[in-house]
Design a protein around this ligand. Structure first.
Ligand code: XMP
Length: 521
């Protein structure tokens, strides 16, 4: 992103670690980008970084194919902070010694600051808990480096080289289990690297609005709304930039949650005066899904039906507006998608695997991706700053194939109604108990192909079980099952079995991800 903000480059020695660091830097209101450890000096300098952070990673510096630190980076005169693997990689690079240790340190560990003049730890207690994860340890350093902290298994748990402004920590300041971690990062960013906390939602919006106007000029833009946060915020940003040159399309595939279509129409489009066209395609989707129970087959069928419906809608809308076709398509791509796909720069022409579901070759759009520099929590902040309703901004993520992948068995109109009714009860109760915002998602899964026995009155009855899958997560890559209050679970269970006649049993999924995924299919 062209920016007049100070930028921090995070060098990636292990994906999850680097993303978490980049997010923590953003939380300090400083823009950050992630580059692979193989990035050249020119690629790094392209960002004109105010600081560089070397991430941790799963490897040991002694492994045969361990990712190597480009030693030129240490000579750039830019403040550097090495974390865990990055800390050891610096030590190795400056001819210090890293040794394989007898005793590893994993988890909460007490460190002592041994150089109280160390600016990185300014204002912090001498002894403090940190989160460690290492077996190898730095055992010697050249004279220009000073050891500034120690732990039980590492005589050198932190170092600094004031002259070259190179700092290192054996522990992870980016995780919440290191109480002074964020303070340490902020001291590095503000006091050592001179960064300013200017990365704020209002600035992001202003920058994107200018960029979108520059790109689009007088052309026409289309946006497929999914009902989710990302496409809503992307559309609202583009709308702020170009107003009615944007048209949104919402495909009603019949696989939606109760009230979802109405929410998109009234709470999003009408409230924000955004042009919306709704393509009714339920009959077509359900016809194509008839008799299908295999999850991947469902996804494929839904993807294809979406392409047809979207293509039809875009032609109708273009005709109605008297234009030959739309020039640009808005996509809600987020930064983690960009990092994971390894493409850090440029816009691309849409390809079949993109998450709109893939569009045919003769429907080539240029893409506008106003969220491609943002993490999910920043998207929500931008959404709030744009004035979108809280219930849109804080909506739980919902899979593109919708309720179809939450019905184990055939996707019929009847099964969809049963699941949508149960899902609505869960949504209501989570909101009433004020816990919805603290959950990442709470899928309700219908085991439509199971007959579970029950007793109602004097008779044995048979019905379908429903599974609750409440999870907490930062990014859906990993998740834990949410410890919901028993009384709340009891209320949900009794409401579902009382109000949805076909469901006779409610079960709770208590599996983390990994090993289980969030969705059941
Ligand atoms: P899993 O089940 O892989 O889900 O742990 C991770 C996140 O992705 C969502 N999800 C999907 N989203 N199309 C989507 O657009 C899909 O086919 C799909 N499958 C899972 C899921 O809801 C969770 O947030």
């Amino acid at each position: 992103m062209e920016t007049n903000h100070n930028t921090v480059v995070v060098i990636n020695f292990g994906a999850q670690y680097a993303q978490l660091i980049a997010r923590r830097v953003r939380e300090a209101r400083v823009f950050s980008v992630i580059v692979p450890y193989s990035a050249t000096t020119e690629e790094i300098l392209h960002y004109q970084p105010s600081a560089i952070i070397l991430s941790g990673g799963p490897a040991s510096v002694f492994e045969k194919n361990a990712p190597q630190l480009n030693p030129e980076i240490l000579k750039l005169g830019i403040p550097i902070l090495g974390i865990c693997y990055g800390f050891q990689a610096i030590a190795q690079s400056v001819n210090g010694t890293v040794a394989q240790n007898d005793s590893a340190e994993y988890g909460r560990t007490e460190i002592s600051i041994i150089d109280t003049a160390e600016p990185l730890f300014s204002g912090q207690p001498k002894n403090q808990d940190v989160w460690m994860s290492h077996r190898d340890a730095v055992v010697s350093l050249p004279d220009s480096f000073i050891a500034s902290a120690k732990s039980p298994a590492a005589a050198i748990a932190a170092f600094h080289n004031e002259r070259d402004r190179i700092y290192g920590l054996q522990w992870h300041p980016e995780v919440v289990h290191t109480p002074y971690g964020q303070q340490t990062l902020q001291t590095f960013l503000y006091d050592i690297a001179g960064c300013k906390p200017t990365w704020l939602a209002d600035e992001i919006i202003e920058m994107q609005v200018d960029k979108i106007r520059d790109t689009v000029q007088d052309k026409h833009v289309l946006c497929a709304l999914s009902g989710g946060v990302d496409s809503a915020v992307a559309a609202a940003l583009v709308h702020k930039a170009i107003g009615d040159q944007l048209t949104c399309v919402f495909v009603d595939n019949g696989l939606l949650r109760k009230g979802e279509k109405e929410q998109v129409i009234s709470d999003f489009a009408e409230t924000n005066h955004i042009r919306l066209y709704v393509e009714e395609a339920e009959t077509e989707f359900l016809r194509d899904l008839q008799g299908i129970t295999e999850p991947e087959a469902k996804r494929k069928i839904i993807g294809n039906a979406f392409i047809r419906a979207f293509e039809r809608a875009s032609k109708k809308v273009a005709d109605a507006q008297g234009i030959p076709s739309f020039d640009y398509l808005v996509q809600g791509t987020l930064y983690p998608d960009v990092v994971e796909s390894g493409s850090a720069t440029g816009t691309s022409v849409i390809k079949s695997h993109h998450n709109v579901g893939g569009l045919p070759d003769d429907m080539e759009f240029k893409l506008i991706e106003p969220l491609r520099d943002l993490f999910k929590d920043e998207v929500r902040e931008v959404g709030e700053a744009l004035g979108l309703k809280k219930k849109i901004v804080w909506r739980h993520p919902f899979p593109g194939p919708g309720l179809a992948v939450r019905i184990i068995g055939e996707v019929t109109k009847e099964h969809l109604k049963i699941l949508a009714d149960a899902d609505k009860i869960v949504t209501e109760e989570l909101e009433k108990a004020d816990v919805s915002f603290s959950l990442w998602q709470c899928p309700v899964v219908l085991l439509a192909n199971v007959r579970s026995v029950g007793v109602q009155g004097d008779a044995r009855t048979y019905g379908m079980p429903a599974i609750l899958r409440p999870v907490v997560s930062q990014d859906a890559m990993t998740a834990d099952w949410a410890r919901l209050d028993y009384d709340l679970l009891a209320k949900i269970s009794s409401r579902i079995t009382n109000e949805v006649a076909q469901i006779t049993r409610v079960a709770l999924d208590i599996t983390s991800k990994p090993p289980a995924s969030i969705e059941w299919e």
